[in-house]
Design a protein around this ligand. Structure first.
Ligand SMILES: [Zn+2]
Length: 392
């Protein structure tokens, strides 16, 4: 093979090696040179300095073993190239990742970082995957001089990570201790944030109580899922149900009080008849006794009496008479009768002295018409007999 054709072959080989890595320039992904690649370059007559540069640029994928050294030497490798190749080694990456071609043929300056961590993690160097590291283990990284960023992400807790950023400027090994376990523990001990997506169980529970009117159902839900997807809704339901319950309670209380009032009124309301002597007519109605006096409600008129009432036996009719006299001098005498009498407006029965058992009215007060079974409220008036003026 003449020198001319050798040169041509070398040019073709360089081109083909370059074509093997068409993305090499400015790209992070590149294939390191195999032993075969280097052999081809050397056998193709590429200068050892140039081969060294290519190796530094792309990295190498083989170990410079004794056998490899023999092969490379036989292909034309010199000491300087072998030294470069030994330093690169497999997995050590290109010595010059920034693709800056050193001005001289001298190997790029590198330093070694000995990375240790206290938690199993994935390592990334300058954003590139650098493998995994077990807790307590260490890893040796050969990096070119310059700024680097080492990042460890916990295998156990992907949100826990720790970074080392620093400058490699000496060839001596530097220890980088990545403290990660503490971060992992801190993240793991944090309570889970409120989940926007409820669990199936939570949805089932919510669906089962959604239309409930029992405040306890929603309280139980809130207790079980204080930060649940429906907790705001559940709180609103609790508030509404409580407000409703309170309103109902007030309504019930008012109703109960009104019923009691009406019962009280009924208890002290008596069917009565009274005479209008002047026109010889009778009026039918009800007399309600109150602590303040009495209220008469009849078909013809309503009259309110003050405390000037008195009970006595109407001597003329012989019936128990509730007599009232008003400040204007009018006197009203009500006889206690039966409800049916009022309804039919017929005086069939009235309660006379015998019904009252001829009891002496010792106090100004009311005696019930039905043989004393109904106890009338005490009159606030004086004692003794009705005023002499009211007697006949
Ligand atoms: Zn009347």
């Amino acid at each position: 093979m003449g020198s001319c054709s050798r040169f041509l072959l070398a040019a073709v080989l360089i081109a083909s090696v370059t074509l093997l890595f068409p993305l090499a320039h400015g790209q992070k992904t590149r294939e390191p040179l195999t032993e075969g690649d280097v052999m081809q370059l050397l056998q193709g007559g590429v200068a050892t300095q140039r081969v060294g540069k290519l190796a530094q640029e792309f990295g190498i994928a083989f170990e410079v073993s004794r056998a490899a050294e023999r092969n490379l030497r036989s292909a034309g490798a010199d000491d300087q190239l072998l030294q470069i190749l030994r330093e690169l080694g497999p997995g050590k990456g290109p010595a010059n990742p920034k693709n800056e071609t050193p001005k001289t043929g001298a190997p790029a300056a590198t330093g070694i970082l000995l990375i240790t961590t206290d938690a199993a993690c994935k390592l990334a160097v300058d954003g590139e995957d650098a493998g995994e590291l077990a807790a307590g283990a260490s890893k040796r990284l050969t990096l070119p001089f310059g700024e680097h960023l080492v990042r460890a992400v916990s295998n156990d807790e992907p949100t826990a990570s720790v970074e080392w950023a620093g400058k490699v400027e000496k060839p001596e090994q530097a220890l980088v201790r990545l403290v990660l376990a503490e971060k992992v523990a801190a993240i793991k001990s944090k309570p889970l944030p409120a989940s926007a997506t409820p669990t199936q169980a939570e949805v089932v529970i919510w669906k089962s109580i959604e239309n409930s009117t029992r405040v306890e159902d929603f309280r139980a839900y809130i207790q079980k899922y204080p930060d649940g997807a429906f907790s705001t809704l559940a709180l609103a339901r609790v508030e509404k149900l409580e407000a409703d319950a309170m309103a109902k309670e007030t309504e019930d209380k008012n109703k109960r009080e009104e019923e009691e009032r009406q019962a009280e009124i009924r208890k002290y309301t008596f069917p009565v008849v009274h005479h209008h002597r002047s026109v010889l007519t009778r009026c039918w109605g009800h007399l309600q006794l109150t602590a303040d006096g009495a209220i008469y409600r009849g078909s013809e008129h309503n009259v309110t009496f003050s405390k000037t009432n008195v009970v006595y036996i109407d001597e003329r009719s012989g019936a128990a008479c509730l007599r009232f006299h008003l400040m204007d001098g009018t006197n009203w005498c009500f006889l206690l009768v039966d409800e049916e009498d009022v309804r039919d407006q017929k005086l069939r029965t009235f309660y006379g002295p015998s019904s009252l058992g001829n009891r002496v009215v010792e106090k100004w007060g009311f005696i019930s018409a039905d043989n004393g079974k109904r106890l009338l409220p005490p009159n606030q008036g004086g004692t003794g007999q009705p005023p002499r003026s009211l007697r006949r």
